[in-house]
Write a protein that binds this ligand. Structure first.
Ligand SMILES: NC(=O)c1ccc[n+]([C@@H]2O[C@H](COP(=O)([O-])OP(=O)(O)OC[C@H]3O[C@@H](n4cnc5c(N)ncnc54)[C@H](OP(=O)(O)O)[C@@H]3O)[C@@H](O)[C@H]2O)c1
Length: 295
């Protein structure tokens, strides 16, 4: 079994190169080996490698920068996944791809299911939706896993930023009117391993169906709630560097960014849990496990 992982130096990609190991030979490629803005190069790589499973963890993830680089965002997030799907179709491979809550406009007053209508508010969300559609059009066996608010102990993310800011400032102001589920990249990667394994068995039995699944932690919070939980747990861990005394909730309007974000990023994981027999842990449980790696 040959499993090719793109974006191997990203948050999810790095974790995948570990959690997929028991399933087969993992070929981990980063941007230098598989540049998703080079569609011909990508095709050549897939034809040379002929993987049984492609896990696409590479993406243009600079949400605000995408507003001024729409062509590149659409090439990497919109077109390249379609090329991967076309190559998967030619080789009879299974494609696993990640997408985002940003395909929604956040106006729903309850959790989003996989059936809800999409309406992205920003270029990044629109480019990721284009990627979903390109994959679906290619008709390879595929799963699109939509996730939210990803963090891990490595790399740049909200959790790491809050720990850095909490060591520098007495007062923090954090947006409190966007809600979602912070999701540890390790959890995404471990869940992906279960999903790949079951999907391969279903394919052998002729019972596999392509589709979209939401894959996040369970529970919900705001960015403000997430920041409070990070600082509180860092204190419990005995972190001596914390200067922050107060974390003030602010509205999104007080923290303007180039890309508009959805107010509601909550995704139901019921379909994933039922189909794959999983139970997604609460976001705070996972956050604490991740933070234990930082001390
Ligand atoms: N991060 C989030 O909060 C979030 C939320 C919802 C969904 N998602 C989705 O989850 C998936 C994994 O995201 P992540 O958090 O692991 O992102 P990440 O940490 O930003 O990693 C993305 C990886 O993609 C690589 N990449 C960027 N442009 C590329 C290109 N042209 N060719 C090849 N590789 C390229 C980056 O390489 P460099 O290191 O060289 O830049 C990076 O290693 C993505 O599909 C993302 O859209 C993420």
């Amino acid at each position: 079994m040959k499993i090719l992982v793109t974006g191997a130096k990203g948050q999810v990609g790095w974790e995948l190169t570990r959690t997929l190991l028991p399933l087969g030979d993992v070929i981990a490629v980063d941007r230098s080996q598989a540049d998703l803005s080079d569609l011909d190069g990508l095709r050549r790589l897939m034809q040379a490698q002929q993987p049984d499973v492609i896990v696409n963890a590479a993406a243009y993830t600079a949400v605000d920068k995408a507003e001024t680089e729409p062509d590149l965002a659409f090439l990497v997030n919109g077109e390249a996944p379609g090329v991967l799907a076309e190559e998967a179709k030619k080789n009879g491979a299974l494609l696993i791809h990640y997408s985002t809550d940003y395909v929604f406009d956040g106006s729903k007053d309850s959790v989003y299911t996989e059936q809800d209508s999409t309406n992205p508010l920003n270029v990044y969300g629109a480019s990721k939706l284009a990627g979903e559609q390109a994959i679906q059009a290619a008709e390879a066996d595929h799963l699109i896993l939509r996730t939210t608010w990803v963090y891990t102990a490595r790399g740049h993310n909200f959790l790491k930023s809050i720990l850095r800011l909490a060591a520098e400032r007495e007062e923090l102001k954090i947006v409190a009117d966007q809600i979602g589920a912070p999701t540890w990249a390790r959890l995404i990667a471990e869940t992906t391993a279960h999903v790949v394994r079951q999907s391969l068995l279903e394919r052998q039995q002729g019972q596999f169906n392509s589709g979209i699944y939401n894959l996040t932690s369970s529970g919900e919070t705001s960015w403000h709630g997430f920041a409070q939980a990070i600082v509180e747990y860092a204190r419990q861990q005995g972190n001596q560097n914390l200067k922050t005394r107060n974390i003030h909730p602010i509205p999104t309007t007080d923290y303007p960014l180039p890309a508009t974000r959805p107010a509601n990023s909550r995704l139901s994981v019921a379909k994933l849990e039922q189909h794959f027999g999983l139970q997604m842990p609460n976001w705070e449980t996972a956050m604490r496990l991740c933070m234990q790696e930082l001390v």
